[in-house]
Design a protein around this ligand. Structure first.
Ligand code: HGY
Ligand code: MN
Ligand code: MN
Length: 419
């Protein structure tokens, strides 16, 4: 008997049609959390899942749970899902692939007339990216009890709009506390967002976990002055101070064989070509698999910032605004992904996830693992982000078989939490 497969044309249609919401002229998407584009994509997902026979639950963080009923609804459900929001000028696959592949699994099971033993839930987690409202993985973080809902409602974007008001405005501030826990197993399917699978010629990535992460917000204060008459040796130039800090931050990351350091946002004030900047606000993203080395790098970065501020006559305020511990995945589920990829004839590779995902929090209350597929050129968080349709389907087939197995686990089968 041939092995059950997903429908690649239907998956391609889902991905292509959902990419319309926030589409950019260069083939990417800008679908920031809680914008009209996010709302429209959410509405489309809801319509598709309900057409496929799923129940929809929206919790108070706007997390959307699409439930495909199983035979025995008292058993702990199996979960998949990811996020619908994107980066500005982001890619058409990051996050959304995991949700529409979950939809395709629902449809493939429907086509095959299969009712799983357990409920199967596909989730759209709110604000994974953290670009418009910081921190990221807000929906999953509140659900995991690691972020405080009222504090998240108070987050503001650059225009002073709050998370809570925007969630209400788009109509996704749910009133119920839908909570399907305990969960039997969670698989998040996602593009790799790096170069490893493509360089190694592998189709399925099987991360052992997600790196730990530290986010900083830094404010430099210099003295704003005229770009002309002010003598060079009398300047307290916040952009000059920032530039020296940014070089150090990059080089500290370069020197570490595990940790990466990124300055993503830079906001000089008044940002005028003939004014010496008085203020610079910038952000730092630091990640590594080894928590001790990551924290050592954080200390070295903080020290370099202070040293450069002093050397340029500026003051500086350094705040660590987010920290997430490393998420090791459930070894039996990691093994299951390898087993299912093998049955499908798909070459698989053990790796670490350098990108963070909602599973960094889901992993704290459900046995979890992730399925990766290659990013062409290793590019992501950019409009050129691309994964071949064949690889998108290969990952969806792997997800289908992981859900088929765990969704039919009889009562009494359990997976210990990863330690
Ligand atoms: O930043 C991340 O790693 C995720 O893609 N938001
Ligand atoms: Mn993502
Ligand atoms: Mn992302």
């Amino acid at each position: 008997m041939s092995i059950l497969k997903t429908d690649s044309e239907r998956l391609k249609r889902f991905l292509t049609e959902i990419a319309v919401f926030g589409a950019t002229e260069n083939g990417g998407v800008t679908r920031l959390a809680l914008t009209d584009e996010d709302r429209d994509a959410r509405n489309q997902l809801k319509a598709w899942f309900e057409e496929a026979g799923c129940e929809t639950h929206v919790d108070r963080m706007g997390n959307m749970f699409f439930v495909r009923p199983g035979r025995n609804r008292d058993l702990a459900p199996v979960l998949t899902g990811s996020h619908c929001d994107s980066q500005p000028q982001g890619g058409r696959f990051d996050g959304i692939l995991g949700i529409v592949a979950g939809l395709e699994v629902v449809c493939a099971l429907n086509d095959a007339g299969i009712t799983l033993e357990r409920d199967f839930i596909v989730v759209n987690w709110t604000n994974e990216e953290g670009s418009r409202f910081t921190p990221g993985t807000t929906g999953s973080g509140v659900f995991a009890g690691k972020l405080e809902r009222e504090a998240m409602y108070g987050l503001t974007d650059r225009n002073g709009l709050t998370f809570g008001a925007e969630l209400e405005r788009i109509g996704y501030k749910g009133v119920e506390d839908f909570d399907p826990r305990p969960l039997h197993a969670n698989f998040e399917y996602h593009i790799e967002q790096g170069p490893v699978l493509e360089r190694q010629g592998k189709t399925i990535g099987v991360p052992k976990g997600i790196v730990c992460l530290r986010w900083y917000d830094v404010d430099i204060k210099g003295v704003p002055n005229h770009a002309g008459p002010t003598p060079m040796n009398e300047r307290q130039d916040a952009v000059y101070a920032f530039s020296k800090m940014a070089v150090n931050i990059f080089e500290i990351g370069l020197a570490s064989n595990d940790v990466v350091t990124t300055v993503g946002e830079v906001h000089p004030q008044p940002n005028s070509r003939n004014v010496i900047a008085g203020d610079v606000h910038f952000t730092i993203d630091i990640r590594g698999w080894d928590e001790t080395e990551t924290d050592r790098v954080c200390s070295e970065v903080e020290e370099a910032i202070r040293k450069n501020a002093e050397a340029t006559g500026c003051s500086v305020d350094i705040r660590q605004t987010w920290a997430v511990e490393r998420a090791p995945f459930q070894p039996e589920l990691v093994e299951l992904i390898h087993e299912k990829a093998g049955e499908l004839g798909l070459p698989a590779l053990d790796m670490v996830s350098g990108a963070s995902h909602d599973t960094v929090y889901i992993n704290q209350f459900a046995p979890s693992a992730m399925i990766f597929v290659p990013s062409i050129g290793g590019r992501s968080h950019a409009e050129v982000e691309e994964t071949s349709w064949a690889d998108c389907t290969a990952g969806a087939d792997t997800l289908l078989h992981c859900i088929l197995k765990t969704g039919n686990d009889p009562e009494g089968v359990t997976y210990a939490m990863a330690d």
